[in-house]
Design a protein around this ligand. Structure first.
Ligand code: M6R
Length: 608
């Protein structure tokens, strides 16, 4: 996920300042590096650097750039760590064509090899840089116009993209194209905008045109022309007026980033599945050959490692152990060259985890991590990294990154099962088919449970304490659900193995005490029914996260949060957590709390 913006206007103004303002409103899309390409005296001028917008503006003075045309980019690293070289815009060899891009080019390795063989010299590790070089090649070797060269280039690209191109070969136009990544046009009387998202230009205009996939746009200060780049047919689309306020638009119409990020999960999980990472096979092979395996993480990430621990034990038959990073001391004497450490982290900057892996690395351990933020400290200490590709998460409470962490554990688990023979070929193919369906199950789960959780929240918001009970892999789901309720709704919530709850916690249960049961239709089903009965006998009110049509549990629970039928039992931990995220969110909002900034919590905990 990156933010892109372009402006083309009739008069020369301080266009750099307008690009910076627009990028600032898109900073939630990425904040690793910033760059702008403008045209001055017939030449492209690139100004870019690593860092957040405010830092880069101070370092390289983007705000003072004057001109009629410019494109700008705020990056969320996917290919190559955050650095000046990897910052967009990227150019061709001659520096005449400049490109910004949001998305992922899946066939970039193959295209890059072709271009390198043809003599093109690359300056960055990004997938994006192949675009200006391909355009240059088609112009110089095949004699195409700039416009046709861009169209031919996007036709060859596999993957997702929203791109903007400027060139001194055609200095009054911005060319754009899109597939799967967002791109919108904003219209003013003497200037036109293109951007990843409406807030970028909302202070300037509310007149917008939304672009569709496979569309190519020519933007000049007095108009826009859309064609479908496959059929080459013109597309007539009139602008419409949006009623959003700038702050609403930044959250894509959602009142909080947390809710937006809950809703982004079908897409973030689909991104994770789509992007094939060579590190996956290296990681699984090293895990399979390891003598000792420890998974390290904090908070939400720790719950995902509890899934990882069980999957490694089951599929690789290895004694893997998940340890909370700040408790690393308890295993430090076991670390040696035969140890593999698997840290999991959204930020890649959690100090407890960093200190633990640093120590383990000094003792010769191999570090194989699963991390969301590319180029973060944990990735730099790692021998191999599996990226989560969840995009930036702004809400302090982890939501889409938890499901991304959990799916990455399943990815590793399935590969281990395949190597070890615990999963045969037919089972593997079937499991991968179900794995690919996870995003759509999550999407249906959100639709079914949004209103229900909002309704239950009005009752939950009056409570001071609750239990979350689950069994096996879904004990982790209960733990993550309870953490969400604690951290944003400030309601004491304790997760327990459902079977263990009668060994003490049950003493707290009284009339109308809230207990959330995570009850997938698996081998634990019968036993969890007994646990619900035990609690109900003491007056508890049961909320069950259950499979659609589960009558037995449905009759016991006062409130049902349904997961669509046919959700694989295997990957249940992913959809089953989603209603619990929504329940915590709506309970907190009923209490009038700011879910995105819960008290005393920080997004990345960089202290010990
Ligand atoms: O960035 P990390 O994944 O390493 O962060 C770990 C925890 O600090 C984090 O998951 C925390 O528990 C969140 N607030 C959970 O919502």
């Amino acid at each position: 996920m990156c933010g892109i913006v372009g402006i083309v206007q009739q008069k020369k103004t301080k266009i750099g300042k307008d690009i910076v303002d627009a990028l600032t409103r898109l900073e939630y899309r990425g904040y690793d590096s910033v760059g702008i390409a403008s045209i001055s005296n017939g030449k492209i001028l690139i100004t870019k650097d690593e860092g957040k917008i405010a830092e880069v503006v101070e370092k390289v003075n983007i705000g003072n750039i004057i001109g009629k045309i410019a494109i700008g980019h705020t990056r969320w690293a996917t290919h190559g760590p955050p650095s000046k070289e990897n910052a967009h815009p990227h150019t061709d060899c001659s520096g005449e064509i400049s490109v910004i891009h949001n998305g992922i080019i899946e066939n970039f390795q193959q295209l890059k090899e072709e271009l390198v063989n043809q003599g093109h010299v690359f300056q960055s590790d990004t997938d994006t840089e192949i675009i200006p070089h391909m355009i240059e090649h088609l112009i110089k070797k095949n004699g195409l116009t700039l416009k046709d060269a861009i169209i031919q280039t996007v036709k060859r690209i596999e993957g997702t993209f929203a791109i903007c191109v400027v060139s001194n070969l055609d200095p009054d136009k911005i060319y754009c194209a899109k597939r799967d990544s967002p791109l919108v046009i904003g219209i003013n009387s003497d200037r036109m905008f293109c951007a990843s998202d409406i807030p970028a230009f909302l202070t300037q205009t509310r007149k917008v045109v939304l672009l569709h996939d496979e569309e190519f746009v020519t933007l000049s200060y007095d108009g826009y022309e859309i064609i479908n780049f496959n059929t080459m047919k013109e597309v007539i689309r009139k602008p419409h007026i949006v009623s959003w306020k700038p702050e609403m638009a930044q959250k894509a119409g959602f009142p909080h980033f947390m809710l937006k990020e809950i809703h982004e999960q079908p897409n973030s999980l689909a991104d994770y599945i789509r992007i094939k990472q060579p590190s996956l096979s290296k990681i699984t092979e090293k895990l399979y050959n390891a003598k000792k395996i420890f998974l390290l993480a904090a908070g939400t990430a720790h719950y995902s490692t509890l899934t990882g621990e069980q999957l490694i034990r089951k599929y690789a038959e290895k004694p893997a152990t998940s340890i909370i990073s700040s408790e690393y001391e308890s295993i430090s004497s076991l670390i040696d060259e035969d140890t593999v450490i698997l840290p999991v982290s959204q930020s890649g900057e959690t100090m407890d985890t960093i200190m633990a892996i640093k120590h383990a690395k000094d003792l010769g351990a191999t570090i194989l991590s699963a991390v969301n933020v590319i180029g973060s400290t944990i990735t730099r200490y790692s021998d191999e990294v599996l990226y989560l590709y969840a995009g930036p998460e702004i809400g302090v409470a982890a939501t889409k990154t938890y499901t991304a962490q959990t799916i990455s554990m399943w990815d590793i688990g399935l590969e281990l099962g395949k190597i070890s023979g615990k999963i045969n070929n037919a089972e593997y193919t079937e499991a991968r088919e179900l794995f690919n369906k996870i995003p759509s199950v999550v999407k249906q789960t959100i639709v079914r449970n949004e209103a229900r959780t909002n309704h239950i929240a009005s009752w939950f918001a009056k409570k001071n304490s609750s239990f979350y009970l689950g069994r096996n892999l879904n004990l982790q789901t209960a733990k993550e659900g309870a953490l969400k309720m604690k951290e944003i709704a400030y309601i004491h919530s304790e997760a327990y193995p459902a079977g263990e709850s009668k060994h003490g916690p049950i003493a707290l249960v009284e009339e109308d005490y809230p207990i959330v049961f995570v009850t997938p239709n698996d081998q634990s089903h019968k036993r969890i029914i007994s646990n619900i009965m035990e609690m109900k006998a003491r007056g508890a009110t049961a909320i069950a996260v259950l499979e659609e049509g589960d009558k037995e549990i449905g009759e016991l629970a006062k409130w049902k949060l349904e997961i669509p039928k046919g959700c694989s039992e295997m990957f249940a931990t992913i959809p089953y957590v989603v209603p619990l995220q929504l329940l915590a969110y709506y309970t907190a909002t009923r209490k009038g709390l700011d879910c995105d900034r819960p008290r005393s919590l920080a997004k990345a905990v960089t202290v010990l």
